[in-house]
Write a protein of this length. Sequence first.
Length: 91
Amino acid sequence: MDLVLTQVYLDRAQKKALAARAKQSGRKSSDLIREAIDAFLLGVSIEELRQLDIASRKAKADIDDMIGMLDANAKRHKSFMKEIARLRETR
């Protein structure tokens, strides 16, 4: 990748939030800035990103709920199968 040094002025809150996000993700601030610019150049709007974030969080919550139901179902199934085995042994 052929990179060119470019200076960008951020306000203090932006700089602080960017540094926190970079630290949280284990990536460099410059990588995050390049990604944001790529999204902008592709025509992705802030509103679209917000909607995608909301939808992604909802989908994750739904998936987590489904996993909880599947775990509970598996537990009931295991208990049922143990009971079947016990009944077979008593015959």
